[in-house]
Design a protein around this ligand. Sequence first.
Ligand code: PLP
Length: 482
Amino acid sequence: MKKVTMKFLPNQPLEFHKVKIVQKSYLLSPEKRFKAITKAGNNTFLLKSEDVFLDMLTDSGTNAMSDEQLAASMTADDAYAGSKTYYKLEEKLTELFGLPYFLPAHQGRACEHLIAKALVKPGMRVPMNYHFTTTKAHILAQGGIVDELIIAEGLNLVSDHPFKGNMDLAKLKKHFKSHSVKDIAFVRMEAGTNLIGGQPFALENAKEVTKLCQKYGAISVLDASLLQDNLYFIKAKESGETEKTIKEITKELCSLFDIVYFSARKFGFARGGGILLKDKKLLDVMKEFVILYEGFLTYGGMSTKEMEAIRVGIDESMEDDVISQGPEFIKYMAETLLKFNVPVVTPPGGLGCHLDARSFLPHVPSNQYPAGSLAVALYLISGIRGMERGTMSEQRESDGSERIADVELLRLAIPRRTFTLSQINYAIDRIVWLYNHRELVGGLKFVKEPNILRFFFGELTPISDWQTKLIATFKKDFKTSF
Ligand SMILES: *Cc1c(COP(=O)(O)O)cnc(C)c1O
């Protein structure tokens, strides 16, 4: 892969774009941040974006568009039916992914809704490497059951395994032997496995998984929302793949599967989503759902401007010096934090830098939400907004007890082409300070707790007055107004 070698700063990532339009961001004083997070019920989802300095909540819909994407948007054909823009996008995606049919949808979870509606019947099982929140919600909503068959190393937060998103093939074989294929709705592989730290799977693993699906007659599905980073890791780390182009790997990988779907809020630097299929019969079933839930077949809930932006954005993400941007900035951030002993998920994956909140705050028990507490503490001392990915993101058991999450992570997403290296350095600096004062951070408890997806809009309060002590110590050390 093309790489610029630096003699004196060997590990510095380099931006391969220049800034053309900017959005002002504001760094509030610690007092104002305290007010804002208190008003937001100590939940970073409820902060107003104008109160956030670096928004590392998610990469969904927050990647920066290029001049070429914006220019293409202006040429969009706004026809309700038969838009020229749609056919150009269809041609691009079927050619790139190597599957013959395309259906548009308004975002990733809309694709999941359509797929679950078409394939999942009550009691059916969906084996997968690991779940994603919206995927699981749609499968459960149809009465399905999620079986997670990730390799054991996938849940090991400190590791040097290059493909922690791999499916455990022995477990998958066993799954096929212990369930009738009639009871398996489909087998799902998630690229850049989101909830375990943006970890990729190997092309070899996908080949084995789809071979087993063919052997047993099961439908294989690829969630390609985070495919971009996964492609980078295949080319960078998998033996035998480094000489291939990203486009060659994309086609080889995607054409293994019966269905490929993606969120264009992530893959393609745009908005929207889509499903690619091999089977005409399934296409005809799902077409009806597109009409019913999304919109006409040639826009599926997307604006034509978005569709033009996807077409150009996906092509851009196939370039070596574009696809490498996310993973290289994440690697730099994670490896620099490691030098200061801050516990991060290793190896660094895609999507963002993930802090291991259980190791960061060993004195905060899981039922006081260490990742949620860490998110609040980091906002208080930096204005940086991250996302809790741990016990808060789980739903309580039916008897009201907490379901303790496998891993307790603070995800600091690095949207593609959005932040500069000095902003990443600022984040590192504040995180290191927080780590050195970690004993000041306490836990949280719910004061308003919704039953479903509570992490999105639940409200919490600190257990004890740890926040005022944290701010006082921070101000003594930094002596600035922010
Ligand atoms: C974000 C995401 C989705 C859902 O996409 P949206 O466009 O946000 O609805 C599905 N799968 C994975 C792996 C994702 O990261």
